[in-house]
Design a protein around this ligand. Structure first.
Ligand SMILES: CC(C)(COP(=O)(O)OP(=O)(O)OC[C@H]1O[C@@H](n2cnc3c(N)ncnc32)[C@H](O)[C@@H]1OP(=O)(O)O)[C@@H](O)C(=O)NCCC(=O)NCCS
Length: 151
């Protein structure tokens, strides 16, 4: 797993846009907004949030984002693997890289949101020790919040 730097913004932008197109579609508002990002906006995204990429045969095939949510908590988002790169354990490795980052940053918990019928993603998170957090209601009623203690 590779932690992306600002200099890698072009490759990051290409995979991020592929992920948005794959999950939301080319007509989606978020896709259209990010499609119009300038180099400066992509660089800003990479400065503000930590991004890890999965690389297969020298090609970037997946992403995960993680950001500090509060002094002791990290928020993990936008896990995506290119369809041809799935079922090789790369999602497990991306989530592990993000969790390790949070632990190294001395955070105590990692949270994420996932659609309640996304069985593959739920399986990945549960395998890695995440549990459902019923005390937090996600903005979207179809999503559940999961939490992992790391500190
Ligand atoms: C969810 C997603 C990220 C999983 O990515 P992935 O790389 O296929 O995940 P992994 O390979 O780590 O694990 C997924 C499955 O592959 C299995 N697997 C892992 N390594 C494997 C291997 N070497 N051979 C066969 N299967 C394997 C895992 O056991 C798991 O099995 P399951 O489907 O029975 O639960 C991917 O399907 C995706 O991008 N989906 C669309 C976006 C999305 O839903 N993102 C999550 C938003 S919260």
């Amino acid at each position: 797993m590779v932690r992306l730097t600002e200099e890698q913004w072009r490759a990051f932008a290409a995979v991020r846009l592929r992920a948005l197109r794959d999950t939301l579609g080319a007509q989606d508002r978020q896709y259209r907004s990010e499609e119009a990002f300038t180099a400066a906006q992509w660089r800003r995204r990479l400065r503000a949030h930590t991004q890890f990429a999965a690389v297969l045969d020298d090609r970037m095939v997946g992403l995960i984002g993680v950001q500090r949510e509060s002094a002791d908590s990290a928020y993990l988002y936008s896990l995506w693997l290119e369809p041809s790169a799935r079922r090789r354990g790369l999602a497990h490795e991306l989530v592990t890289a993000a969790v390790d980052w949070a632990r190294d940053e001395r955070m105590r918990t990692v949270t994420l949101r996932v659609e309640e019928d996304n069985d593959v993603a739920l399986g990945v998170y549960q395998d890695l020790g995440f549990t459902m957090d019923a005390t937090v209601t996600a903005g979207n009623p179809d999503e559940v919040t999961m939490r992992l203690n790391v500190g």
